[in-house]
Design a protein around this ligand. Structure first.
Ligand SMILES: NC(=O)c1ccc[n+]([C@@H]2O[C@H](COP(=O)([O-])OP(=O)(O)OC[C@H]3O[C@@H](n4cnc5c(N)ncnc54)[C@H](OP(=O)(O)O)[C@@H]3O)[C@@H](O)[C@H]2O)c1
Length: 397
């Protein structure tokens, strides 16, 4: 029934042009590549590429030896110099591809081993995650728990934190030794609560190895309609709260000359998008503060990582606040089409184990926009003005 209808409708519509068909196919490439990477284990991929390279190389050696003998027979009495040159020529032209494959495979295997070894460094590490009740924070809790970290899960909703703790301790999908997480409940916008929470966090295990400042709130609205209270609320959650918590935990890290501070910023910490003023401002401030912190903390051997994701499929847009402070309550198409939070959480873990300084976790287009803002600011500003006009028009209509 449905198939028939589709056929009818198809016969009425115009055939898509070759350019739109090409655009459609191209748009599917990143998704298919992501799906392929998700399904195939990196170990088997790296091994397959290395074996492919090794096999090709052996085959090449055999054929070069055989070819060398043949040329002697065909040419009668070739001069030794010519024969050597011929062999070297064949070797270099045919060896490039298998050698390249082999190198890529061996390099990938080396990287995977390095990653495995570094992941082991998270075993028994004390990791504090804010905003663990939902979205990215919740998934980070799962990946760090599975890596054997001792977790302190923070959020405003005690029940959600306890439910997550139960879920984690019930899961058996890890070979490493795991630890029952602690939970600390507080609101980042309340400075006194942050001070109290710091003491509670330190009581859990006596120290903190990694602090992941993940909690955050988004915002949707026009600057002209937005009350200053809303601007302050976004800044308090995304900037002042994480800054206060970080400052409160730093002395204990400095004392041990060990610690790692992670700030989950956003691609909007690098570029500003219209109708997101308070959010983009809070994330730009986050970028600036933690960049300064990285420089100042180097002497104490404390690492700082800023992670700037693009869209992630979480409740962020649903929980966003609007110009008058009410809940936005809409799942934006861009957020719904974003990366899966579990994938991003794994990238956060990799950034932590590799002690990366600044990481962009976004698709090609937003990543390009960051470079456009620096290299061709005039063009970037025109594009943003066009986007603002278009959004305003669709709101008015
Ligand atoms: N989703 C995206 O597209 C995206 C893109 C780039 C960056 N990010 C960043 O990723 C981080 C995580 O967001 P998400 O996408 O996972 O959104 P989410 O599902 O809405 O989670 C936000 C988390 O922050 C907590 N939180 C909010 N206000 C708080 C406050 N005043 N005090 C304490 N905790 C508070 C929430 O706790 P409650 O349960 O108590 O509300 C929740 O656990 C944020 O920093 C966000 O800016 C997200």
């Amino acid at each position: 029934m449905c198939k028939g209808r589709a056929k009818e409708a198809g016969s009425e519509t115009r055939r898509p042009s070759s350019s739109s068909r090409a655009a459609f196919l191209l748009s599917g490439i990143p998704q298919s590549w992501r799906e392929f990477r998700r399904r195939s284990s990196p170990w088997s991929l790296a091994l397959a590429v290395s074996l492919c390279g090794a096999f090709g190389f052996v085959e090449l050696l055999v054929s070069v030896c055989a070819g060398g003998n043949g040329s002697i027979e065909a040419a009668g009495r070739p001069r030794p110099d010519e024969k050597r040159l011929q062999t070297v020529g064949v070797m270099t032209s045919m060896a490039i591809l298998p050698l390249l494959f082999g190198c890529v495979g061996i390099f990938s295997l080396f990287k995977l081993l390095q990653c495995m070894w570094m992941k082991a460094s998270l075993q028994d590490a004390v990791v504090v995650i804010t905003g663990a009740t939902s979205g990215l924070g919740r998934e980070c809790a799962k990946v760090f728990y599975a890596a054997g970290a001792k977790l302190v899960l923070c959020g405003r909703n005690r029940e959600a934190l306890e439910e997550l703790t139960k879920e984690l301790t019930a899961s058996q999908a890890t070979k490493v030794q795991t630890h029952k997480p602690f939970t600390v409940t507080f609101d980042l916008t309340d400075p006194e609560a942050v001070v109290g929470a710091t003491a509670e966090i330190l009581q859990c295990f006596g120290y903190v190895d990694v602090l992941i400042n993940n909690a955050g709130v988004s915002y949707r609205g026009a600057i002209l309609d937005t009350t200053t209270d809303v601007d302050k609320r976004v800044m308090e959650t995304n900037y002042f709260g994480p800054v206060a918590l970080t400052k409160a935990l730093l002395p204990s890290m400095i004392k041990r000359r060990q610690g790692h501070i992670v700030a989950i910023s956003s691609i909007q910490g690098k570029i500003s998008i219209p109708f997101r003023s308070a959010y983009a401002a809070s994330k730009h401030a986050t970028q600036a503060f933690f960049d300064c912190l990285r420089a100042e903390m180097e002497q104490y051997e404390i690492k700082v990582t800023i992670i700037s994701p693009g869209y992630i499929h979480t409740n962020l847009s649903l929980n966003a606040i609007t110009a008058d402070g009410s809940r936005y309550g809409v799942m934006d198409k861009t957020t719904a089409q974003g990366r899966m939070p579990m994938e991003v959480a794994r990238d956060v873990l990799t950034a932590v184990v590799k002690k990366k300084k600044d990481v962009i976790l976004a698709d090609l287009l937003p990543s390009l926009a960051v470079y456009l803002r620096t290299l061709a600011p005039g063009l970037f500003f025109s594009l943003m003005a066009y986007r603002a006009r278009r959004e305003q028009k669709s709101k008015n209509s």
